[in-house]
Design a protein around this ligand. Structure first.
Ligand code: URA
Ligand code: SF4
Length: 202
C-alpha cells in the first residue's frame, strides 16, 4: 500500500486531522468500510490510549470505542480511577477490516501492511496531543508503536518507551477481556494495568 502520508496535514490540530482522514486512500480498507473513525478526546490529554481498529459498531457510528470493547474499556477506566473524558482514545488503524459471513461482518485483524500504511495518522496524533503517557492496547497497537518484536503477553504493565521517547505501557486489548473465559480474573488484571499506567503520570 502507498500509505497515508500524502493525506496527513502537516499543520493544524485535531479537527484538521479528522477532516483529512475522510479522504485517506492510503490502503484498501476505506473501500468496504462505512466510514473512517478518528481519534477522540482533548488535544491536551495527558494520556493517550491506542487500540487496534474500529469495530462493527464504531464503523457504523463513526466514533471510537462505542461498541462492546468500548463499554468494557469504560468500566475498566472507571475502576482504575481514570476519567474517560480526560484521555485521548484512538486506533492504530482508522478503518474497519472485516469479512462478510451472511449478514454479519466479522472482525479481521489488520495486516502488517495496513498497520504501516495507517501509521502516519498516529504519528501526527502523537505530535499534536504530546501525551505524557501512551497506553498500548493489544498486539496491533504494540506492533504499530513498539515494533513487531514486542510481546504484550510478556511485557504488559511494564514502563517502556516509544521510538520518539514518549513514556508508554502496553496491556491487552479490551476485546480480549470481553471474550475471555476467565472474565473476572482478566478484567481485574486489565484494571491493574490501567492503574499502573495512571501511576506513571507525574
Ligand atoms: N476496538 C478497537 O481497537 N477500537 C475501537 O474503537 C473499537 C474496538
Ligand atoms: Fe487510510 Fe488508514 Fe483508512 Fe488505510 S486504514 S485508508 S491508511 S485511514
Amino acid at each position: 500500500f502507498a500509505g497515508a502520508e500524502e493525506w496527513v496535514p502537516a499543520r493544524g490540530g485535531l479537527p484538521k486531522l479528522a477532516a483529512g482522514l475522510k479522504d485517506c486512500r492510503g490502503c484498501d480498507l476505506w473501500e468496504d468500510a462505512e466510514q473512517v473513525v478518528p481519534g477522540d478526546g482533548p488535544a491536551k490529554a495527558r494520556m493517550m490510549l491506542v487500540g487496534e481498529q474500529p469495530g462493527d459498531v464504531e464503523d457504523k457510528e463513526g466514533q471510537v470505542f462505542v461498541g462492546p470493547a468500548g463499554r468494557l474499556l469504560d468500566k475498566a477506566l472507571a475502576a482504575a480511577g481514570i476519567e474517560r473524558d480526560a484521555v485521548y482514545l484512538t486506533n492504530a488503524v482508522k478503518h474497519f477490516r472485516f469479512e462478510r459471513k451472511g449478514k454479519r461482518r466479522i472482525h479481521k485483524t489488520p495486516a502488517a501492511g495496513h498497520i504501516t500504511a495507517c501509521a502516519p495518522w498516529l504519528t501526527r496524533e502523537l505530535q499534536i496531543v504530546k501525551p505524557e503517557l501512551v497506553v498500548v492496547l493489544g498486539a496491533v497497537a504494540a506492533r504499530a508503536l513498539l515494533g513487531s518484536g514486542f510481546k504484550v503477553t510478556e511485557r504488559r504493565g511494564e514502563a517502556v518507551e516509544l521510538a520518539d521517547g514518549t513514556a508508554a505501557m502496553a496491556t491487552v486489548h479490551p476485546s480480549a477481556v470481553v471474550r475471555s473465559e476467565e472474565y473476572r480474573r482478566d478484567f481485574a488484571l486489565f484494571v491493574d494495568d490501567l492503574r499502573k499506567a495512571a501511576g506513571l503520570l507525574s
